[in-house]
Design a protein around this ligand. Structure first.
Ligand SMILES: O=C(O)/C=C/C(=O)CC(=O)C(=O)O
Ligand SMILES: [Mg+2]
Length: 214
């Protein structure tokens, strides 16, 4: 399998799972999903450490959502749950930055989430971690601090739909390609971030990342 250290530059799609942690679904007043809720962020949303997160014009309520990312290593279509590991190159951790006010407006209008989820710099991503370094991606701890204050901390075993289920589900409908990033949803604790804030996030003991909001 190739080295995916440059997966952000491969220019592949970002498939996101929403409401995949019970407490996060509840904190936003949403029902617990009965099947995975999937949406897309486009490649323009990628941003690597050292570059700022830019608040989209008119947004008054930008939220951070820390999420485990699964980097796809091999073309995947109609994958059986038992075979999921063969299609994973590795992992990362990312922020699914969300213009919550835009999203609320879209939800009320029954309109798409594109502007709330896929504006430039809406996907700050940490470095690639080869799968050989992570024995069980369902036994990791996500964390996120804003200006040094803890906002999110949760084990990945709290996901409603695990990684085999997500890969199997998504690939019934859409082919996953090498370099695609699957964001597996955020735990509770999302909050407003503002210009000048520092966001530190990662997987405890494995990877740490830091971004600034411009
Ligand atoms: O339905 C909503 O109000 C919001 C949902 C999200 O933004 C979903 C996620 O991106 C997530 O749960 O990670
Ligand atoms: Mg999210």
């Amino acid at each position: 399998m190739s080295n995916f250290a440059n997966f952000r530059e491969i220019g592949r799609k970002i498939v996101c799972v929403g409401r995949n942690y019970k407490d996060h679904a509840l904190e936003l007043g949403n029902p617990i999903p009965k099947k995975p809720m999937i949406f897309l962020k486009s490649t323009n949303s990628y941003v690597a450490e050292g570059n700022p997160i830019v608040i989209p014009p008119g947004c008054q309520n930008l939220h951070q959502e820390v999420e485990l990312g699964v980097v796809i290593g091999k073309q995947a279509k109609n994958i059986k749950k038992d075979d999921w590991k063969d299609y994973v190159a590795g992992y990362t951790v990312a922020l699914d930055m969300t213009a919550r006010d835009f999203q609320d407006e879209a939800k009320k209008a029954g309109a798409p989430w594109f502007l709330s989820k896929s504006f430039d710099t809406s996907c700050p991503v940490a470095n690639f971690i080869d799968k050989s370094k992570i024995s069980d991606p369902h036994d990791l701890e996500l964390y996120c601090l804003i200006n040094g204050q803890e906002k999110q901390r949760e084990k990945t075993n709290s996901m409603i739909f695990d990684i085999p289920t997500l890969i199997s589900y998504v690939t019934q409908f859409a082919t996953l390609e090498p370099g695609d990033l699957l964001l597996t949803g955020t735990p509770a604790g999302v909050c407003r971030v503002q210009s000048g804030d520092t966001i530190e996030f990662g997987l405890t003991g494995i990877i740490d990342s830091k971004f600034f909001v411009q």
